[in-house]
Design a binder for this molecule. Structure first.
Ligand SMILES: Cc1cc2nc3c(=O)[nH]c(=O)nc-3n(C[C@H](O)[C@H](O)[C@H](O)COP(=O)(O)OP(=O)(O)OC[C@H]3O[C@@H](n4cnc5c(N)ncnc54)[C@H](O)[C@@H]3O)c2cc1C
Length: 443
């Protein structure tokens, strides 16, 4: 079987790996000059660093297995993380249940109440009961209005901006379970995983394995159309760098692009499927990466619960990963998830630096711009699907209404939140679907 795959991110490569392993021929087309999509890397002082902060949770078993299968198991480190919460002009430790009990912005009664309901969330297996209620309603009713305002609303605003009050409780349920699953035995500190050669090394070895298994991967190759004939996807039109557009024929096509890109490439869809594709909106990620000569805080992850701050989290990569991988430099991500039509999204790197520096100085009064040796600005479109209530019912099937055309993108990851682990799992599952469908057609 010949399979064309649109997108050389984790999902596309995981599908390609699976198909080539079973002896099928695949071609992967990636529009960027590099592979890895949202998990791609760039060079920083001799090391490779993700454009957006990346780590793994202990429950991320699909990608962990893949990393081992690729022979990179000894490169995967599990490290104790440190989490802080910036509130009321102060950084509070926020990594363990004891930290919650010491969190003075809430009364002791409120702290215990948050702790007990969080425990209950962790124990709840069935997410469906959270599907038709917003996180705002559930959390403020159960944990109290003040706890919602202080702890949860900043987190929701951080991830979903103006959509914060429409997010389903299922999303919070998923986050709480994930973080608890990453705690060491005894329920205390969280451990996070990181491939020490970066996610870029995992992507490189995966790509190498795909080509060894007979597949082909082309970067700087943009798919401009999915061609259909007789109700089935039969070919892709591809714009290769510096050349004419080429038409390549396939028995099946897997698209891993965001839904809003897919609708432009795909043949017209029946209304019901089209509505599902158009029903999910995304936010982009805007990241500023500061490479510094000294540390900014002692936390890996710092949630910013202050609506006057123009960023929602600070992730100090080198408080998790050894800075000697980056020539001894300290690396801080400044993170935001705006929509593409927002002012913040449009700002240049210089404008963002001017905006951010005075606020960084509020968090660490010693901070000076001279600490920053270089800065890097990244925008990632389609970074975060907006998970509203009853989200599950609106997810489009992987099998589209056109025979031989499959969709595998981050909007279809649910009830978990998007992440590399789930893109690996989805890529594998959709590859299996393609093979099963082909087999069932064979007389
Ligand atoms: C800021 C940020 C932080 C994150 N942190 C973590 C983390 O800590 N841990 C974790 O596990 N996950 C994290 N993620 C999520 C994770 O990176 C993604 O869920 C995952 O990489 C998505 O992979 P994908 O292949 O499904 O999609 P993508 O990576 O989006 O891949 C789709 C690919 O399709 C390509 N494409 C689009 N249109 C075309 C076209 N017409 N022709 C050819 N190619 C096309 C795109 O260029 C892209 O490379 C983070 C994401 C972001 C943005």
């Amino acid at each position: 079987m010949r399979v064309g795959i649109i997108g050389g991110g984790v999902a596309g490569l995981a599908a390609a790996y699976q198909l080539t392993k079973q002896g099928h021929f695949v071609e992967v087309f990636e529009q960027a000059p590099f592979l890895g999509g949202q998990a791609s890397t760039f060079d920083v002082f001799g090391g490779r660093l993700e454009r957006g902060y990346h780590h793994l949770f202990v429950s991320d078993t699909d990608i962990t297995e893949l990393i081992h299968e690729l022979g990179l198991g000894d490169r995967l480190a599990w490290l104790e993380s440190s989490v802080g919460f910036y509130y009321g002009g102060k950084i509070w430790d926020f990594a363990t249940p004891m930290d919650l009990l010491r969190f003075k912005p809430l009364s002791i009664f409120q702290r215990v109440r948050v702790g007990l309901w969080t425990l209950l969330l962790q124990k709840t297996q069935n997410y469906r009961k959270f599907e038709n209620i917003t996180a705002k309603d559930w959390l403020s009713r159960r944990m109290g209005q003040n706890a919602y305002k202080v702890i949860w609303e900043p987190m929701l605003r951080g991830k979903f901006g103006e959509f914060y009050d429409r997010i389903s409780m299922t999303w919070i349920w998923g986050k709480v379970r994930l973080r608890v699953a990453s705690r060491s035995k005894g329920g205390q500190r969280e451990r996070l995983g990181y491939p020490m050669g970066s996610f870029g090394e995992v992507i490189d070895v995966l790509a190498q394995r795909i080509t060894e298994q007979g597949g082909q991967i082309q970067s700087s190759a943009t798919v401009t159309q999915i061609v259909q004939s007789g109700g089935a996807a039969t070919a892709l039109d591809v714009q290769l760098e510096d050349s004419q557009s080429e038409r390549r024929e396939y028995d099946a096509v897997i698209a891993t692009t965001p839904s809003y890109v897919f609708t432009k490439l795909a043949p017209p869809m029946p209304k019901e499927y089209q509505d599902k594709l158009e029903g999910t909106n995304y936010l982009s990620a805007v990241l500023m990466v500061l490479v510094m000569d000294r540390p900014f805080t002692n936390k890996y992850w710092l949630n910013i619960a202050d609506s006057d701050m123009p960023f929602v989290a600070l992730i100090e990569h080198t408080n998790l990963i050894d800075r000697n991988l980056y020539g001894g430099k300290h690396i801080l991500y400044i993170s935001n998830y705006p929509s593409r039509d927002s002012e913040l999204y449009r700002k240049s790197a210089e404008e963002l630096m001017e905006l951010f520096v005075p606020h960084l100085q509020k968090i660490n009064p010693d901070f000076d711009r001279s600490w920053v040796i270089e800065h890097h600005h990244h925008r990632v479109d389609g970074a975060q699907p907006i998970v509203g209530i009853n989200y599950g019912a609106g997810i489009p099937d992987h099998r589209t209404p056109h025979k031989g055309l499959y969709l595998a993108n981050t909007t279809q990851i649910y009830p978990e939140d998007r992440g590399t682990n789930y893109s690996v799992r989805m890529g594998k599952q959709v590859a299996q679907m393609v093979m099963d469908d082909a087999e069932s057609k064979t007389p």
